[in-house]
Design a protein around this ligand. Structure first.
Ligand code: 6CS
Ligand code: FE
Length: 300
């Protein structure tokens, strides 16, 4: 008898427990607020509900982009930051892959967290006050930027950070041009309504490998094929300053970057204050706070 993950009152999204993968129905709403609760209009809200994401053509203006790009360069040249635990390098090189907790490392990036164009949209989608669960800049440098294999962020945040329900949203703001060829974000539209229960136990200190290239907690090829055949795959291209907001459970990933053109973005995750993280649902211990915040103070 193969033990199957059975959703229950204690854990509606069991994962990394059973010997077989499973596709489970999402039992949480997607959009918690309404058109009067923020800058997102009714049509865009219903599109987010259906697809799991929305795009913003020009979130940042030219001057702002220049400021953030200069800050990106400054961070990458700061010896202290290069030695910091929050800085993750690419597999097989010293190229910076990500800097986590970037809203604490950099006062410039911190401005985005309280920017009403950003947090106003997050509050509206989540229907409550929000706090920052995680932030990072991804450099995805030219030539050496590695891929981010297919995954649901929520699967990791549920299993390893103790995030109870699907009531979190990410914003990814392009800081360089996202072409079709330099490793842009791919999302399967509509995949946010299926929770892929993964196999494989979470190892101790899993983040030390997973942030450089996740394996445990990534779906099996059959589950990915079912979702890709059902939903297709959207690739996000756009100029620096454009942004994508996507639900915590979207199936997404991005290819490596062998072009000379970096694909850098800043990524902020807002979680509802009604959905504060508890204990990991499928991991031996909590991840460090720079990856999964334990300060649930609402963004001001
Ligand atoms: O493990 C995490 O929390 C991070 N990993 C990925 C690939 N996406 C979500 C998040 O930034
Ligand atoms: Fe992700």
């Amino acid at each position: 008898m193969i033990e199957q993950p059975c959703p229950g009152p204690s854990d509606p999204y069991p994962t990394r427990k059973a010997g077989e993968p499973a596709l489970l129905y999402r039992t949480d709403p997607v959009v918690y607020g309404g058109p009067d609760d923020g800058p997102i209009d009714a049509g865009t809200l219903s599109s987010f509900d259906e697809k799991g994401f929305l795009t913003i053509e020009e979130l940042l203006g030219a001057e702002e982009i220049e400021r953030y790009r200069a800050e990106l360069r400054r961070l990458s040249e700061d010896e202290a930051i290069l030695r910091d635990d929050r800085t993750v390098t690419e597999r097989g090189s010293d190229e910076i892959r990500s800097i986590f907790e970037v809203h604490k490392v950099s006062e410039v990036f911190a401005e985005l967290v309280t920017d009403p164009r950003v947090v106003g949209r997050a509050r509206q989608l989540l229907g409550s006050d929000v706090y920052v669960h995680q932030s990072r800049v991804n450099y995805k440098p030219g030539f050496k930027g590695k891929d981010f294999y297919w995954h649901s962020d929520f699967e990791t945040w549920h299993a390893e950070d103790g995030m109870p329900r699907m009531r979190a949203v990410s914003i990814s703001i392009a800081l360089t041009e996202n072409f079709v060829h330099n490793g842009g974000l791919m999302i399967m539209p509509g995949s946010h309504r299926t929770f892929v229960s993964c196999v494989g136990e979470t190892p101790n200190d899993h983040y030390k490998e997973s942030l450089r290239g996740q394996e445990v907690g990534t779906p099996d090829p059959d589950s990915l094929s079912i979702l890709a055949n059902k939903h297709g795959i959207d690739l996000f291209t756009g100029p620096a300053g454009s942004a994508t907001m996507f639900d915590c459970n979207c199936m997404h990933g991005s290819n490596g970057n062998i072009t000379p053109f970096p694909r850098s973005n800043v990524f902020i995750v807002f979680n509802s204050v009604e959905n504060a993280c508890e204990e990991p649902f499928a991991a031996p211990s909590r991840r460090p706070e720079f990856i999964a915040a334990r300060d649930f103070t609402p963004v001001g």
